[in-house]
Design a protein around this ligand. Structure first.
Ligand SMILES: Cc1cc2nc3c(=O)[nH]c(=O)nc-3n(C[C@H](O)[C@H](O)[C@H](O)COP(=O)(O)OP(=O)(O)OC[C@H]3O[C@@H](n4cnc5c(N)ncnc54)[C@H](O)[C@@H]3O)c2cc1C
Length: 194
């Protein structure tokens, strides 16, 4: 528990998966870090997270291209994939026991009407140089055990336990020198010129 004032290079507010990851990354990079969690670590949205590391943004590539252009959309897809891989690698490297497992990543078109826009999505991804292999209806149906008129196949997805991951990252952050405080609501930050 922390009360009062302190000085740090970085103040991380919130000890969910995001805050614990940030605290680890910043402390590992050599910054003096304090993480303030109002309640208990990993007790917020992290406790009910779906536990999937998804290697792409939660959006269609086609509509993202329409909104921000192909170059920016491609960059979002490439960096999300890299981020997912980096995150899984970091959990493994730190030997955090969080049931990390690779899983197939498939976007299914359950009916033939769904396959038409999914084929368009695939073409847009291919044009932008993003790997987007197509699974035939029979292969997708067999792999998924459900109705399929075809599917887009991806790689680089994982399942994991987000609470165990957050707690492990907080421990790694503390080992790297971060101060981790539970039951310590943040009230105010004053920034220095540095
Ligand atoms: C759009 C979306 C996509 C998602 N996608 C995925 C996904 O792909 N895979 C997946 O596994 N999960 C996903 N999730 C769910 C996922 O579980 C959560 O997004 C993630 O765990 C949230 O972690 P967090 O650290 O950001 O938030 P939280 O776990 O809620 O942590 C925030 C913490 O801040 C603390 N806090 C708040 N105010 C203060 C204060 N003043 N001082 C100190 N502490 C404070 C809270 O107590 C809390 O513990 C998704 C959720 C959303 C909304």
């Amino acid at each position: 528990m922390f009360r009062g004032e302190t000085t740090a290079d970085a103040v991380v507010i919130g000890g969910g998966l995001t805050g614990c990851t940030a605290a680890y990354v910043l402390a590992h990079a050599g910054l003096r870090v304090i993480l303030l969690e109002a309640d208990r670590l990993a007790s917020g949205a992290t406790a009910s997270g779906i536990g999937a590391i998804v290697p792409q943004p939660d959006a269609s590539f086609l509509s993202t291209t329409g909104a921000i252009g192909r170059r920016a959309a491609r960059s979002a897809w490439v960096s999300t994939r890299r981020g997912a891989a980096d995150f899984a690698t970091t959990l493994k490297r730190l030997r955090i026991a969080c049931d990390l497992d690779p899983i197939p990543f498939v976007i299914n078109a359950p009916h033939s009407a769904d396959a038409v826009p999914l084929r368009r999505e695939q073409a847009a991804r291919k044009q932008a140089g993003i790997d987007a292999p197509w699974l035939s209806a029979s292969a997708a149906g067999a792999a998924l055990g459900t109705d399929s008129a075809g599917a887009l196949r991806g790689g680089g997805a994982f399942t994991f336990d987000p609470v165990l991951a957050a707690l492990g990252l907080a421990k790694a952050a503390a080992s790297a020198g971060a101060t981790i405080c539970e039951r310590s609501p943040w009230r105010r930050t004053r920034f220095t010129l540095k």
